[in-house]
Design a protein around this ligand. Sequence first.
Ligand code: NAP
Ligand code: GDD
Length: 355
Amino acid sequence: MTEKTALISGITGQDGSYLAEFLLEKGYRVHGIVRRSSSFNRGRIDHLTSDKNIFHQQLFLHYGDLTDSSNLNRILERTHPDEIYNLAAQSHVQVSFEIPEYSAEVDAIGTLRFLDAIRETAIVSKFYQASTSELYGKVQEIPQNENTPFSPRSPYAIAKQYAYWIVKNYREAYNLFACNGILFNHESERRGESFVTRKISINVASIILGIKDTFLLGNLDSKRDWGYAPDFIEGMWLILQHDKPDDYVLATNENHTVREFIEESFKVLGEEIFWEGKGIYEKGRLKSTGKEVIAIDSRYFRPTEVDLLLGDYSKAKEKLGWEPKIKFKDLVRIMVEYDFERIKKNNFNSDPGGI
Ligand code: NAP
Ligand code: GDD
């Protein structure tokens, strides 16, 4: 067991909640930054803050926001973390086209604020930055590794590119132990409901349970390298345990289309679908009944799309001994079975509405 202290921004998100669990189990004291919200935003960490949880006295939450530097300084001075994991972000690519300035404020300048708070307070801490495969955007080579040139395609990815470089700059200029984890898509039962994998698992489960007829999607042909979030959390931690600060790709080195994710999801629940039509007129139908279950809505198309991502994680394997354990089929099964059981148990009162 360790005596270390960690600080996590974005603790209420998918990755933050798994990371908090992971670090608490290792014996860390964990501090998390939470945003004030008019509705409750701590559903993913409720089980950790409950006094029934053996670790709850080791977990401390602080109100804060990456747009407010004075509060970051205060939190650092109060908590003196050995390790900082900067996971907070406006993390939705499509939403970043709607709120580009805010996305830059949080994802780019927010990272600078954090690094500068470390410098100002002179607290000795290792810093992990949640960088992303979106940096590769219009990919310059396949697969992508740590040396592949960036070509970002959204306000989100461009903000994250600033963050990537400022992390490198503070490492070189001020000798900070600051690292980028360039993570390819990773999903789970805790994935936000507006990301495509979770949108599919919830809607497919709802269709099979008979509480929804059809749902709408955008581009079915983009390819992603999808892994399982808990595997990637271990990778984040390993990056900070290495003796030298560096940047690493974490991925599965396998990619699939959105269409394949849908097909596999129906298969998990014993159904098959077939496709009919082209472009925005394409439909997905159940093989058993011919019923339409998927249609295309151009609202979900992005102004600029990232068509293909495929990560080469050999550096992480060699230097950190990291490898993903869960691959595509198991990932789909975990997510779909989870949503199927959850919706069934909630007495079908979980209509996903328009996601
Ligand atoms: P997520 O579920 O969307 O969580 C984002 C977290 O950031 C939430 O806790 C959110 O708080 C918080 N946040 C948002 N804006 C904030 C602000 N202004 N100040 C403070 N906190 C703020 O994202 P995730 O999937 O866990 O991803 C974690 C990080 O990894 C993100 O930086 C994301 O961009 C990056 N990333 C993710 C993936 C992936 O596939 N999941 C891949 C590569 C990189 P609320 O709960 O209050 O909204
Ligand atoms: N969200 C969403 N909703 N995406 C859709 C839909 C839909 O209805 N229909 C098709 N897609 C396509 C998108 O156009 C994209 O090509 C793909 O599904 C994946 O979209 P998301 O699940 O929203 O994820 P993302 O790849 O854009 O971004 C995620 O991964 C990045 C790492 O590569 C996010 O987690 C980012 O924060 C992360 O950096």
